[in-house]
Design a protein around this ligand. Sequence first.
Ligand code: CO
Length: 140
Amino acid sequence: MSLSIHHIAIVVRDLEAALSFYRDVLGLEMTERRVVPQEGVEIAFLPAGEGEIELLRPLDDESGVARFLEKRGEGLHHICLRVDDIAAAMERLRAAGATLLSDEPRVGADGTRYVFIHPKSAYGVLLELYEKRSDSDPGD
Ligand code: CO
């Protein structure tokens, strides 16, 4: 199983303010910004080499991200590792007793499949696994 860092996510209260630092001061380019209703967040992606910085802000007070922000404040929210085969990775993790936040991979708007691993299983960091399906993959 080959793994690489896909993105590192930072939760912020004010996306514009965060962009004025990460984009305008630090000099990263923002390539994508969108609302993800199913997660209750707005996100912005700023590539940095092989990986990306993801800035996210909660849309309301109800989402998991909002509760995280309330409890822990701004800062590192999760690290996302790209995997070739998310089903195989989930099976390995379950067999090892890791706690996954959903039984099945969730599916993003662009068809990517992802799952979160509880921080208690990953030494205090929320981990996301992300499977980017290539165009040549057969559907299932
Ligand atoms: Co993420």
